[in-house]
Design a protein around this ligand. Structure first.
Ligand code: ADP
Length: 493
């Protein structure tokens, strides 16, 4: 009998399901787009029933692509877009509203007011986060205040809140189980990362009744069996983690100081920091990486808002490339940017600058500047921004960087990866398994049920597809980064 692990990867733009065997090989994969709903500028919603429907159908499709049945699946792992907020009725299972997606900014005013009232240090101290609409807590509050009758129903204990992991598990178990894991809970502004539980004081400020909240279970461990009607047999649900934390686990960043960076629209960088809550002097986020075997491990997180999106802008805004992969040949047609610097601060600057009023700039243009220089500068900006955050992480943890493990769409660009290694002065390791997120969820679940006997077996599944070693002199790169810093100064509001 063949045996496999099924990973559900519920992302922002699509639901995916991947079947892995014991060697970590992908046996089957399915993906369905998820429609986005934009009711007003700055608002982003999704239909929770569509999230569920696309996820369950991809699971069935992935199993059938692998030629397996549910009986062959020894465990199921779930990873998900984080912070996205669903509220539903405990009895009927009906959502009271669309899901409010993490990108949604509708609670900006509330966050600004709370900051003015001096509440940021309290939230930051207890949750490791900043007071920003990004996180779930203020979205729950908005739903209770704005959906007819919701607050009264919530106070009567009739409504449940969940991030997407909770919602999927609720559906997978036929409404029997309302749980989440700490990696997801730590993105809500309601979870105390030191006390490792929901925080009553913060719930009071956010006006979220505790009865709505899921029970927090380990990221690795069997929590329930799926409803047998769904896949033809029940499957143990044994792994849960938010997408970035799952990718960290999939990239085997399980010792303090190890970092992964995912290069997509933006970049998401997480550094494993061990069993102590990291403290950042640079406004990086402290987050739970995962909990397992009664241990809680933490990570420091930073993100670059505009990474691959700068390449999309070359394509859609400037029209100097026809598709994202074309940027590599264009940028490679010149040996360097000839002094051109591109700071893609389209929506302001994040860590370590934190300047919402900054805007994109292209500096150093001469009569000889061509679209190739601009394209190269756009690519290099991704590497410089990554280096800026890694520098903060190293300063916060006093752990030097040994190498950088990378994944995501833009890592297919060899020129970018080589430049990243040059800027950082350490090797950049591109993982063979492009599915780090789903892979991480599969590893959490498979390890929990003994499909893999120990963590060494998990480490053995991670392989480098290509290693990029630093190739330029440290002096040249120091000068280049100084030039980047001058350009950033000019982009500031
Ligand atoms: P997301 O999950 O954020 O949608 P993906 O991991 O699918 O992102 O990566 C897509 C992003 O990567 C896009 O922003 C695109 O511009 C960028 N990208 C894709 N291929 C390349 C490439 N060869 N070089 C540079 N950027 C690329």
């Amino acid at each position: 009998m063949s045996q496999a692990i099924l990973a559900l990867d519920q992302g922002t733009t699509s639901s995916r399901a991947v079947v892995f065997d014991a060697a970590g090989t992908v046996l089957g994969l399915a993906q369905r787009e998820l429609p986005q709903i934009y009711p007003r500028p700055g608002w982003v919603e999704q239909d929770p029933e569509t999230i569920w429907a696309t996820q369950v159908s991809t699971a069935r499709e992935a199993l059938s692509a692998a030629g397996l049945s549910a009986r062959d699946v020894v465990a199921l792992g779930i990873t998900n877009q984080r912070e996205t907020t669903v509220v539903w009725d405990r009895e009927t299972g009906h959502p009271v509203h669309n899901a409010i997606v993490w990108q949604d900014r509708r609670t900006s005013d509330f966050c600004a007011r709370a900051r003015r009232e001096g509440l940021e240090p309290l939230f930051r101290g207890r949750t490791g986060l900043i007071l920003d609409p990004y996180f779930s807590g203020t979205k729950i509050r908005w739903l209770l205040d704005n959906v007819d009758g919701a607050r009264a129903r919530a106070e009567r204990g009739e409504l449940l809140f969940g991030t997407v992991d909770s919602w999927l598990i609720w559906k997978l178990t036929g409404g029997r189980l309302h749980v989440t894991d700490a990696s997801n809970a730590s993105r809500t502004l309601c979870y105390n990362v030191h006390a490792r539980g929901w925080d009553e004081k913060l719930l009071g400020i956010l006006r979220v009744p505790a009865s709505m909240l899921p029970v927090i279970v380990p990221s690795a461990g069997v929590v329930a069996e799926t409803d047998p009607a769904l896949f033809g047999a029940s499957v143990p649900i044994a792994g849960i983690a938010g997408d970035q934390q799952a990718a960290l686990f999939g990239q085997r960043c399980t010792v303090p100081g190890r970092v992964k960076n995912t290069y997509g629209t933006g970049c998401f960088m997480l550094m494993h920091t061990g069993e102590r809550v990291p403290q950042s002097e640079h406004q990086l986020l402290s987050t739970v990486a995962w909990t397992r075997d009664a241990r809680t491990e933490y990570a420091l997180e930073g993100s670059v808002f505009v990474a691959g999106a700068a390449i999309q802008w070359l394509r859609d805004g400037l029209g100097i490339i026809g598709s994202a992969p074309e940027v590599e040949a264009l940028a490679g047609s010149v040996p360097d940017t000839a002094g051109v610097m591109f700071v893609p601060a389209f929506t302001g600057l994040g860590a370590p600058h934190w300047d919402p009023l900054a805007r994109g700039t292209i500096t150093g243009i001469t009569r000889g500047t061509t679209r190739a220089h601009i394209a190269r500068a756009a690519l290099e900006s991704i590497a410089y921004q990554t280096a800026d955050i890694l520098e903060c992480m190293q300063a916060d943890t006093a752990i030097p960087l040994a190498d950088l493990r990378v994944d995501g769409g833009a890592t297919r660009n060899d020129l970018l990866m080589q430049f990243q290694a040059d800027v950082l002065g350490v090797p950049v390791l591109r993982a063979a398994n492009a599915e780090s997120t789903a892979f991480g969820a599969a590893l959490l679940a498979g390890r929990a049920v003994g499909f893999w006997a120990d963590d060494g077996a998990l480490d053995g599944l991670w392989r480098v597809e290509r290693q990029f070693d630093p190739g330029r002199s440290a002096d040249a790169m120091t000068e280049a980064r100084a030039q980047w810093r001058r350009a950033v100064e000019r982009a500031r509001g």
